[in-house]
Design a protein around this ligand. Structure first.
Ligand code: PLP
Length: 409
């Protein structure tokens, strides 16, 4: 088992994740980070400190704990901003990538109608598909899909043909939660910008795994979830370029998002608060900032190197299993989602048999049913990697797949 990958001490990192060090859980091989990562102690402790030391609402009280809570909440916003190369005012806290994508889609769809086109990809998670479908039904614009090309990557020739003068929005995932494909973000943004189209990037599977920089990308919106990058559940962000957020109407109304309210009408707070109606997930924001601190302490470049190395090893080992079909790039730059099918074993049966051997993976359509249909399958079994995974985890997975094959014989 490789305990040190490059400069990273994986064993030390594993020690920070309570569920990994709890011996009563053995055997416990966690390979489901694409669904939700585990949470390290610094995140749990940061959230605990909010509840034990200064539990109060934000933006309201003049007493010490409330001021402290406000300070920690706004410091978390600045931390997220720094992490993605944005300004703090451009960070809206949400419940997660799903809510962020819905807000961005509703905002952008305001000005769209018949004759306009929104371009997404066939590999999108439902969170970046259904909002556009619903809005297309209501507003009359056309939803177009970029297809797959070689080796489960996007067909960029088709992208160049599809993104044209009618395109008003290009919305796509940076990394596929099913295929592990890393999409050519900069190239897609350039194609969109050449047509004056807005861009929405879903980085749910990229955050915490790859460097993100909205300034160099020059995208309009970006959505991420905390729980997929070692942070808490129920918190995420929507990044919006300042003029975009300023021009966008709020969609949820109530406390905190207003400037002045009369019996007849209301005016809105400045960005980003005009998009944060009601009491926010304060502990979640604090936990998300701690998760970013955790990733930054390891160093994102080190994370990339370690995960790339382990993914390459996992691909090699998986492809050595007779009867295993891989659904995703077989090499090159890719993310840590490893989707496969073995013989005729249904993905749910495979996930169940692996689970009985202590291996946590996901079986099913992974919220990407149009992609499954395109591939002509009902689903895949998906193992996905995080910073705590080792070559031993991969060996345990391979052994367990062989055992499942034996049982189905
Ligand atoms: C690529 C992608 N986008 C969006 C989402 C939705 O994230 P959440 O459920 O945290 O809102 C997911 C979750 O699996 C995802 O993988």
């Amino acid at each position: 088992m490789t305990l040190r990958i490059m400069a990273i001490d994986i064993q030390k990192i594993r020690g920070q994740f309570p569920t990994l060090v709890d011996a009563s859980r053995r055997p416990y091989v966690f390979l489901d980070t694409a669904a939700s990562s585990l949470t390290p102690r610094p995140v749990i402790e940061a959230m605990g400190r909010f509840y034990t030391d200064f539990r109060a609402n934000v933006h309201r009280g003049m007493y010490t704990d409330s001021l402290r809570a406000t300070e920690a909440y706004e410091a978390a916003r600045s931390k997220v901003a720094g992490f993605i190369g944005a300004e703090a005012e451009e960070i809206v806290f949400t419940r997660g990538a799903t809510e962020s994508l819905n807000v961005a889609a509703r905002g952008l769809a305001e000005g769209l109608g018949p004759g306009d086109e929104v371009v997404i990809t066939i590999m999108e998670h439902h969170a970046n598909l259904i909002p556009w479908q619903q809005l297309a039904d209501r507003s009359g614009f056309t939803l177009r899909f970029l297809p797959l090309g070689e080796d489960f990557r996007l067909d960029m020739e088709a992208a160049r043909q599809t993104i044209g003068p009618r395109t008003k929005v290009v919305a796509f995932m940076a990394v596929s939660n099913v295929l592990g494909t890393v999409n050519p973000t900069e190239e897609l943004i350039a194609l969109a910008k050449a047509q004056g189209a807005a861009t929405v990037i879903d980085v749910a599977q990229a955050a915490g795994h790859l460097p993100l920089d909205v300034t160099s990308w020059d995208c309009d919106f970006l959505a991420l979830s905390g729980h997929k990058m070692y942070g808490p559940t129920g918190i995420g962000i929507l990044y919006g370029k300042r003029p975009r957020l300023e021009a966008m109407e709020p969609q949820t109304f109530g406390g905190d998002m207003i400037l002045e309210v009369t019996k007849e009408r209301s005016t809105w707070n400045r960005i980003p608060w005009k998009f944060e109606a009601g009491t926010p997930h304060i502990a979640g924001a604090i936990g998300l900032a701690a998760a970013i601190g955790f990733v930054e302490e390891i160093g994102i470049e080190e994370v990339v190197r370690a995960e790339e190395r382990l993914a390459a090893h996992a691909l090699e080992r998986l492809q050595s299993v007779p009867g295993l079909r891989l659904y995703g790039p077989a090499g090159g730059v890719r993310g840590g989602a490893l989707s496969f099918a073995v013989d005729d074993i249904h993905p749910h049966d495979m996930a169940d048999l692996l689970s009985k051997q202590g291996i946590c993976v996901r079986g099913g359509h992974h919220c990407a049913m149009p992609l499954m249909r395109e591939l002509g399958i009902v689903g895949t079994t998906r193992a996905s990697l995080g910073i705590y995974n080792t070559e031993q985890d991969i060996e345990d997975l391979i052994q367990a797949i062989h055992e499942a094959k034996r049982i189905f014989g």
